[in-house]
Design a protein around this ligand. Structure first.
Ligand SMILES: [Zn+2]
Length: 410
């Protein structure tokens, strides 16, 4: 039975790998499709070639790193790698929480080390070559160290708490686990810009001037309680621009990248902000959080149901079941379901993007947003016509062309 289950898991890994390869192949091929009139002006001839070359370079790196992690995952599963790490954890400590921390420390440490060369190559070779990279080696190393520290403190802390509750509560663990993880996610969602973001970036309130007064006029027109408009030093890492909305209640804030402010005029930035206000007014943030909490409940319920089954450890080649081995097996079994849920979440997210665009169109105007989106696209060398199946699976936003057509009511 354990052997059959292992083959099933390996089949999942193979299927997901092949599916993602087919999608990237289709998406690379989509660069050769003729460009429709609405976005003909997007790229001049040489810039189009540059964008295509950028996509090919990125695809090459992700193909190589994807193939390596695919081969390693399969070998690790087949040669009982998790059972081996489990035996190391047992040698280090006899205490079950520490064993789990050692186990995940080794697994995630090795995973990050394997990914590191690709990360370095993407940032300092590819992004550099196309003029996007602004990250210095010092910033890069600092980011990695901060990420590591956060992972150890937050990841380790949550793991220790869950492992303790699992031991303590037995069949009722799933309810406690659900509350802990949902509560933590809500906390992060609320305080993201106040607590997490400042660890990596500098945030300053948008200064007084033409932009701020235009934004204030717009906000009072749509009666949006404008509390925080922050400017983030995105230019510290990349020339790519962005804007987003985060937080709930009185902690909500709109964050504009400094690169966005440099690339766009007042009208375009206000239109981008109007789109973000649209997400707030249409309650997209609350809806997404509610959906995440429900999903988390289902996840913990299923996990609680399977976790104490000895098969969860036998699949990985280990004799004795532990909380952490169950977590690994469960996440492997759950991965196809999570891929499918991810697709539906993208469908939901694209619907929300249309609604936010529509809100910006009716309250501010379509053309400034269209011109802002075009600039964002050109400045990131985006694919003008991504493959429809690729978009369905991977895109959280509709394509530029779809958004332009929707906003112009065609
Ligand atoms: Zn949006």
């Amino acid at each position: 039975m354990a052997q059959t289950l292992l083959y099933l898991i390996i089949a999942f890994v193979v299927a997901e790998f092949l599916f993602s390869k087919v999608l990237s192949y289709l998406n690379i091929r989509s660069w050769d499709k003729p460009v429709p009139d609405e976005i003909k002006d997007l790229y001049q001839e040489d810039k189009f070639e540059k964008a295509k070359a950028y996509a090919l370079d990125n695809n090459r790196v992700s193909t190589i790193s994807g193939a390596i992690s695919f081969v390693l995952t399969i070998s690790f599963l087949y040669f009982k790698g998790f059972a081996w790490v489990d035996s190391i954890a047992h040698q280090v400590s006899g205490q079950y929480i520490i064993q789990g921390l050692v186990f995940f420390g080794i697994v995630s440490g090795v995973t990050s080390l394997i990914g590191l060369p690709f990360d370095i190559y993407s940032t300092f070779v590819i992004e550099e070559k196309y003029g996007f990279n602004k990250t210095t080696p010092a910033t890069f190393i600092g980011d990695k160290l901060k990420g590591l520290l956060l992972g150890v403190v937050i990841g380790g802390g949550i793991y220790a708490l869950l492992a303790y509750l699992f031991q303590l509560l037995g069949d009722y663990f799933w309810i406690a686990g659900w509350i802990v993880v949902s509560g933590f996610s809500l906390f992060i969602a609320t305080f993201y810009t106040a607590v997490l973001l400042p660890i990596f970036n500098k945030l300053t309130p948008l200064e007084n001037g033409e932009l701020r007064s235009n934004i204030e006029t717009y906000s009072s027109k749509v009666s949006f309680p404008l509390t925080n408009i922050m400017v983030m030093d995105g230019s510290k890492r990349s020339s790519k621009a962005n804007a987003f909305f985060s937080g709930i209640g009185s902690h909500k804030s709109i964050v504009l990248f400094d690169t966005l402010i440099n690339d766009m005029n007042t009208d375009e930035i206000t239109a981008v902000l109007a789109h973000e206000v649209g997400h707030y007014k249409k309650k997209h943030i609350l809806q997404s959080m509610a959906l995440a909490v429900v999903q988390m409940g289902v996840l913990f319920f299923l996990f609680g149901w399977l976790a104490r089954n000895p098969l969860m450890a036998e699949v990985l080649g280990a004799k004795e079941n532990t909380f952490y081995l169950s977590l690994v097996t469960f996440s492997l079994l759950y991965s196809p379901i999570s891929t499918i849920i991810g697709m539906f979440m993208n469908v939901f997210s694209r619907k929300n993007e249309y609604e936010a665009d529509n809100y910006a169109t009716t309250t501010y105007g379509a053309e400034p947003l269209i011109s802002a989106l075009k600039k964002l696209y050109v400045n990131t060398l985006g694919n003008p016509q991504p493959d429809p199946l690729y978009v369905f699976v991977n895109y959280s936003h509709p394509t530029l062309l779809q958004r332009i057509r929707a906003m112009r009511g065609k």
